[in-house]
Design a protein around this ligand. Structure first.
Ligand SMILES: NC(=O)c1ccc[n+]([C@@H]2O[C@H](COP(=O)([O-])OP(=O)(O)OC[C@H]3O[C@@H](n4cnc5c(N)ncnc54)[C@H](O)[C@@H]3O)[C@@H](O)[C@H]2O)c1
Ligand SMILES: [Zn+2]
Ligand SMILES: [Zn+2]
Length: 363
């Protein structure tokens, strides 16, 4: 089958013919139908996030179950599924406490316990799969708790985005920060993640949602997702602008880019007693400097949010239903559909920052 493989980092993806194993106990084989381009893979391609290589990238995918191994209670061939990188064991202390997104076994579920490869090249060289998924391939072989069944009438191009961008963004507002009705919110960075934080804040009933981005096209899009105000980061200090608009600061600020400077901005634009949320992933090793005294004397906090702190087996079907009821925007997130061969061009578009999501559609 065809897959996009990252050989070296930094590096570009290479389209290659690779082999995939048959599902053993607990595994599911999926025919991939759509796979979104998330910035986290670009961080790996740019060498900002480490990952074992060579690896098939892609983690925001949807498809149809082809085959299941033994001990897969909840899936059968023909089921339409969305993948999620917060795969979980269901029995560790975090899972037992309901925090499946922090499962202590997540990393070990990303590969087989006996060490045999799920993916390999023709010559037998094993290949890794990003986050245990490898969505930039015609098929995926994953742990059954890495996917969730979705309704048959959910279109999977849009549905693939539920697997990361939507779950992370909407989840960050609803589950992570628990945005309250009537509150004020700022979202710095309006890509696939930030636009979904905006619509999550709208779903939560926020009174004022201020979108911040470098590109006017993104700010216009943010308005259609529920932003009540927009601030161009290319025209001055967004902290000053947000504080002016709100006469002193917001209740919630989200960083959705992965830069230390914008994480500082998020912290500075919240009111005393509030928390700023880091959703973007800064380069590994980067340190964020905060005014320590401001943190104590103004009782301010900065918290990271992972995958929206969402239990995806519940939240992805819930978000799919909201879409099917016309209450969640997914169509507007898809800026372009591309082929697997065009994946590097898709990431070139992401580097420019002007468009929402590109989604790979498989034949
Ligand atoms: N926390 C999580 O669980 C999680 C999950 C998925 C992705 N992420 C991370 O979220 C971040 C965003 O991902 P994405 O797919 O939305 O990326 P994206 O490239 O689609 O969007 C980034 C946006 O930020 C804007 N931007 C860039 N620099 C800016 C600046 N200085 N000020 C204001 N806006 C600026 C760009 O114009 C673009 O609209 C990445 O770091 C990604 O790794 C985190
Ligand atoms: Zn992602
Ligand atoms: Zn667990």
């Amino acid at each position: 089958m065809k897959a996009a493989v990252l050989e070296t980092s930094p590096g570009e993806l290479v389209i290659d013919e690779i082999s995939i194993a048959k599902p053993v106990a607990g595994e599911v084989l999926i025919q991939t139908l759509a796979s979104g381009l998330c910035h986290s893979d670009l961080h790996v391609m740019e060498g900002l996030l480490p990952n074992a290589l060579p690896a098939v990238l892609g983690h925001e995918a949807a498809g149809v179950v082809q085959a299941v191994g033994e001990d897969v209670p909840d899936l059968k061939p023909g089921d339409r599924v969305v993948s999620c990188l917060t795969m979980f064991c269901g029995v560790c202390a975090e899972c037992a406490a309901g925090r499946t997104y922090l499962c202590a076994k997540r990393r070990s579920l990303a590969s087989r316990s006996d060490g045999s490869p799920r993916l390999s090249r023709g010559d037998g060289e094993p290949l890794h799969a990003l986050a245990g998924l490898g969505g930039f391939a015609e098929e995926m072989l994953v742990h059954h708790n890495a996917v969730v069944k979705v309704p048959d009438d959910l279109p999977l191009v849009q549905g693939s985005l539920l697997g990361c961008g939507v779950l992370t963004g909407v989840g960050s507002a609803l589950r992570g920060a628990k945005v309250e009705p009537g509150s004020t919110v700022a979202v710095i960075g309006c890509g696939g993640i930030g636009l979904n934080i905006v619509q999550g804040a709208q779903l939560a009933g926020a009174a004022r949602i201020i979108a911040v981005d470098l590109h006017d096209s993104k700010l216009e899009l943010a308005k259609t997702f529920g932003a009540t105000d927009v601030v161009s980061a290319s025209g001055g200090d967004p902290v000053v602008a947000v504080k002016e608009l709100t006469k002193g600061g917001v209740d919630y600020a989200f960083e959705a880019i992965g830069l230390t400077a914008t994480a500082q901005q998020a912290f500075e634009m919240i009111k005393p007693g509030r928390t700023a949320y880091l959703v973007g992933v800064p380069p590994i090793g980067a340190q964020i400097e905060l005014h320590g005294a401001m943190m104590t004397l103004q009782a301010k906090g900065l918290q990271g949010l992972f995958m929206g702190m969402s239990r995806f087996k519940e939240d992805i079907p819930m978000m799919a239903d909201l879409y099917l009821q016309g209450r969640l925007k997914l169509d507007e997130l898809v800026a372009a559909t591309i082929t697997l061969d065009q994946v590097n061009e898709g990431y070139e578009v992401m580097r420019k920052g002007t468009e929402a999501r590109s989604v790979i559609v498989f034949d």
